[in-house]
Design a binder for this molecule. Structure first.
Ligand code: FAD
Ligand code: SIN
Length: 542
């Protein structure tokens, strides 16, 4: 098999075989940060499912946390992060990320991200759990500005090839070598070309996973359609440990609307003075749950309070009200949300916004160290698909994009530093389709997908019990057999790949939740309401 070393383009071999220096799976903040850092010395391929802007990065609203104000300190940001994370965070990781935040913001400014400014300084907004104003932002659409700037730089770089429309299926490992080996190193990825239906081999010395979270495992989520936990499931199948998957973050304020199901109302609305109100009495109910921090308590506290109000009073939603602020102030700070709501017939400068909690962020994921290395040789990971130790039992608002920048960079620097010790890839077997046919029952996928998302919402949501978790576990066992049979019999499609991964992610969440015999951060169970003395990660080993 002929490969053209380091070119990143097909050689004399069949068109679906290509050899790259580094393959990155995911074109969000983590993937593109790594690509730009690597591209100074290496040729990089970035693969994305669907479009290049289809991840959560483009949807981020509130902003990026960084200590930039003279009155703020790293120690305060570290403390806020660990208070939100209920002590499950790894202090070394928290320091590592927070101390690198100002440099990450400088880099984004160099790339042209038009952060809001006040006079000459960056404007800092405030979000729940932060003891200072420290969130840099681009109005209420920070993610789109960041995604656009990173993409523009990547598109302009001669060493970066961007390949959208590729759904990665599984890593290429030693067992896919022409000369079989059981060692388990990763050598790139098998990816489905969504247009041709062909499975391609993208082979590389180093592979970086940056596939985002698994939010769509829940019926209601603020995350985009493709957040199906693909990377977490792929890494698990390749032998990587996965940690703290029970720590699923629910954002307190997702718009409640019969047609628009997953529109986030940024936490910055509360940061800029928004109140949460009982929709019938108008009472500011956070006073009953966290009288000191009120609406700016960490997300787990606020989401549980709303869930309690909804269940206790039989409500469909609660109100988020910022109409007491001047209309110009509201329109100026939240232009995207204002326009979106106005289009739905709701004027947030005069009316309260109906909101409900919805799944928002996957705190757990593939275990990585400070170099972004996973357990599997040849595989690095960064961003929401990982568990780096930063977020602990609950992510502090606007710490996620930051983690993507810091760990995307860390992965790139580690690969560059170790380049000469990384072996050149061996010849790899093509994807085996000899025993599969085209599916004749697509309905199975839709049925199972809907079922998983429903029982995860009802049994593995904001408030849990062991009985509900066991019910979810037994549903998963049944579905696993069905999905594996289906996967083994039919040609892969993006929907089938996602269903298989969604189910794997659901299993990891439920198994982790069953292991935790306490309530900590985002994991709240009526059977173990107390906090254990020692904060311990839930680590699952494949
Ligand atoms: P993503 O940006 O999600 O990108 C994942 C990439 O992986 C995509 O390119 C996708 O196509 C690709 N991919 C996935 N599966 C496959 C596959 N099988 N094959 C090929 N490619 C694949 N965080 C903050 O810090 N501040 C905020 O203000 C903020 N607001 C948010 C608002 C919303 C509505 C949401 C949903 C999240 C928000 N977050 C925020 C969280 C933050 O946006 C994400 O955690 C972060 O953007 C994740 O970046 P990432 O690079 O890890 O993954
Ligand atoms: C938000 O804007 O409320 C989301 C911020 C985040 O997820 O960090």
């Amino acid at each position: 098999m002929a490969f053209k070393e380091g070119t990143g383009v097909p050689a004399d071999s069949p068109a679906h075989d290509a050899l790259h220096d580094v393959v990155i799976i995911g074109s969000g903040a983590a993937g593109l940060t790594a690509a730009l850092a690597l591209a100074e010395a290496r040729r990089v391929l970035v693969l994305a499912k669907g479009s290049l802007t289809g991840g959560s990065t483009a949807w981020a609203q509130g902003g990026i946390a960084a200590v930039l104000d003279a009155g703020d300190t790293f120690e305060d940001h570290i403390r806020d992060t660990m208070v939100a994370g209920a002590g499950l965070n790894d202090r070394d990781t928290v320091e590592f990320v927070i101390e690198r935040a100002p440099a990450s913001i400088d880099r984004l400014c160099e790339l042209g991200v038009p952060f809001n400014r006040e006079e000459h300084a960056l404007h800092l907004t405030r979000e729940g759990g932060h003891s200072h104003r420290r969130i840099v932002h681009v109005d209420d659409a920070t993610g789109w500005a960041v995604q656009s700037a990173l993409l523009k730089a990547a598109e302009a770089h001669p060493n970066i090839t961007l390949l959208p429309g590729r759904t990665c299926i599984d890593f290429i490992t030693d067992r896919h070598r022409e000369q079989f080996s059981a060692a388990g190193r990763v050598w790139g990825v098998y990816a489905l070309c969504e247009e041709t239906g062909r499975v391609e081999r993208h082979v590389a010395r180093a592979t970086i996973l940056a596939t985002g979270g698994a939010g769509r495992v829940y019926q209601f989520s603020t995350a985009p359609r493709g957040a199906t936990g693909d990377g977490i499931a792929m890494a698990w199948r390749a032998g990587a440990r996965v940690s703290n998957m029970e720590m699923m973050q629910f954002h307190p304020t997702c718009l409640y609307h019969l047609e628009v199901k997953n529109f986030l109302i940024t936490e910055a609305v509360r940061g800029e003075g928004g109140h949460l109100l009982h929709p019938e009495t108008g009472r500011r109910f956070m006073v009953d749950y966290d009288p000191e921090r009120m609406e700016l308590a960490p997300r787990d506290v606020v989401a549980r309070a709303i869930d309690d109000q909804i269940k206790r009073f039989g409500l469909d939603f609660v109100h988020l009200d910022i109409s007491h602020q001047p209309a110009d102030f509201v329109r100026g700070h939240f232009p995207t949300i204002y326009e979106k709501l106005l289009g739905l017939g709701l004027d947030m400068t005069r009316q309260p916004i109906p909101v409900v909690p919805a799944q928002h962020y996957t705190c757990g994921g593939v275990v990585v160290d400070l170099q972004a290395r996973t357990d599997v040789p040849g595989l690095w990971a960064a961003g929401e698909c990982t568990e780096s130790g930063l977020h602990g039992a609950n992510r502090l608002a606007s710490n996620s994009l930051l983690e993507c920048f810091v760990f995307g960079e860390a992965a790139a620097q580690d690969i560059l530093a170790r380049w000469d010790t990384l072996e050149a890839p061996p010849a790899i077997l093509p994807w085996d389709e000899s025993r599969v046919t085209d599916s004749d029952e697509e309905v199975v996928i839709k049925q199972n997908w809907t079922e998983i998302r429903r029982f995860m919402w009802n049994y593995v949501g904001i408030v849990r019990t062991t009985k509900r978790l066991e019910r979810a576990a037994s549903r998963i066992e049944l579905l696993k057999r069905e999905v594996e049979d289906y996967y083994g019999a039919f040609r892969v499609t993006t929907d089938l790949i996602e269903l298989r991964n969604l189910l794997q992610a659901a299993e990891l969440i439920v198994q982790s939740a069953l292991k935790r015999k306490e309530s900590r951060g985002l994991h709240y169970t009526l059977d173990y309401p107390a906090l254990a003395d020692e904060a311990k990660d839930t680590v699952l080993v494949p």
